[in-house]
Write a protein that binds this ligand. Sequence first.
Ligand code: GDP
Length: 572
Amino acid sequence: EHWVGLKASDGIRRLMGMGVRASMTQALDLDTAGILAADCGYTIEKVGFDPSRYLAESPDGELELKPRSPVVTIMGHVDHGKTTLLDRIRNAHVADGEAGGITQHIGAYKVRTPGGDIVFLDTPGHEAFTAMRARGAGATDIVILVVAADDGVMAQTKEAIAHARAAEVPIIVAVNKIDKPDANIDRVRRELADEGLAPEEWGGPNICCEIAAKQGLGIDALMEAILLQAEVLELKANPDKPGRGVVLEAQLDRTLGPVATMLVQAGTLRIGDAVIAGMASGRVRVMTDDQGRQLEAAGPAVPVRIAGLGMVPNAGENFVVMPDERKAKEVADWQIEQIKRARAVSAGTRVSLEDFFSMVQSGTVQDLRVIVRADVQGSLSPLIDSVSKLKHPEIQLRIIHSAVGDVTESDVNLAMASGAVIVGFNVGIDPKAQHLADQENVDIKRYTVIYDVIDDLKKAMEGLLQPKYIAKLIGRADVRQVFHINKVGKIAGCFVTMGHIPRSVEVRVVRKGETVFTGKLSSLKRLKDDVKDVKQGFECGIGIEGYEALEAGDMLEFYEYETVRESIDPVS
Ligand code: GDP
């Protein structure tokens, strides 16, 4: 009723005087309110909703920081023993003295060693590591690089080194399979040194352990090495503030709904906390550790699995505890809005299966996201199972939301924000949802047969795959003589011996069986005329862009590029 000491009726009168008609409960825009306030001798300050305030991390005082456990990722070439090592460590240490503990695969686990705890991220390989980094999440403190002593440094070893370096994460080398008769540890060391990884024994900075993961040899020494490296890093975090960290994995659970494995990186996460993770928000309803035990609270460097988010967040997204659930929803909505806006600018708001291909090319979509609606739970579950079988290493198909019942307005909003496709199986579309979908050009696909759903999604994924290019030889010509034309340069008088030569095509100059130049044509002439194409058995004059060293006797080969697309088939 009162505002800056002004009776509402007075305010309305003053506003009338300014030419503004307002009712007693109407919210005023900032400008109008400012003028009205100034009229009464006040100034007003904008205290609008600023979500970044809730997302930002408050700086910690030196005294608030407490030591925390190191977080480790195992990388290395395929078959060098990453999985064996992870299993060995888990089996040897996790259940130690923890009666009844059943190890759950939650994407990360903590091991107890006499010297301290260590957290292992259970996703060997650098793809996951890099995917996390791409989203700005640095979850790893130390990389264990597994190199098989009988195989040495291989392609993925080098890649792993590059990724760890890019992330500025220290590397501990574990030379594995030292039990093998053809193990050659010295060779591995030399090869590692060639990659700039000098072992400590040679005065370098890298700790190097010799292990046999399968036999359990040298594992304790490796654990000690990790703790030693961790000590050097002086890993610390403040446990006494609202929890925050990173989503390691997330998926839709049939009974629990969206579940996420999260690594707490600072503060403490508690049951009942309101959280936001990217576009997802909710409340921590269930929280368990890597042994499946219920937790009340989890501090820094503790991996937990939680249920209670409204949708499945992306791996690598940060989670932050919010003051309450409403704030969490507000911040999440704001993030959705931000993403929606970014998308509207970069790709238009059209989202349909057909358009996915073009969205990929413009770089706005990395994976195929799907929202699934079905008439009854009995058809939703098998549908999700079948859809989940569509897998490909380069494209991820993610069901970001699924539910029983008609497609709703909120589904359409979510589809717009996350660039998802809506699949409706034997369901209708809420009129409001239809209206919004029409307005925003969101395509809602409706099906009555599971096979058709799978077939369409399969095609969409195939469309998302980067096409592979294959060079196809389409023509050959012999260079009979080379002459110089003023202002034009070297022109080759050629005879087409095979196929044909279109004007715009890749040309390779082959001399004595070797390709000495690859480039484009600068001119293609028959007699005096520019032509578009010359066929086998004809003579022509050819100029090559940026290449003046043509010689009589050279052979020219002409290539066109064909795109080939892979196909994707369901795998169990
Ligand atoms: P990943 O692809 O790096 O995860 O490699 P795996 O852990 O699957 O191991 C590949 C193969 O190497 C498996 O057959 C393992 O049993 C074997 N292996 C792993 N560690 C050792 C080891 O220390 N000694 C021997 N002899 N074999 C090992």
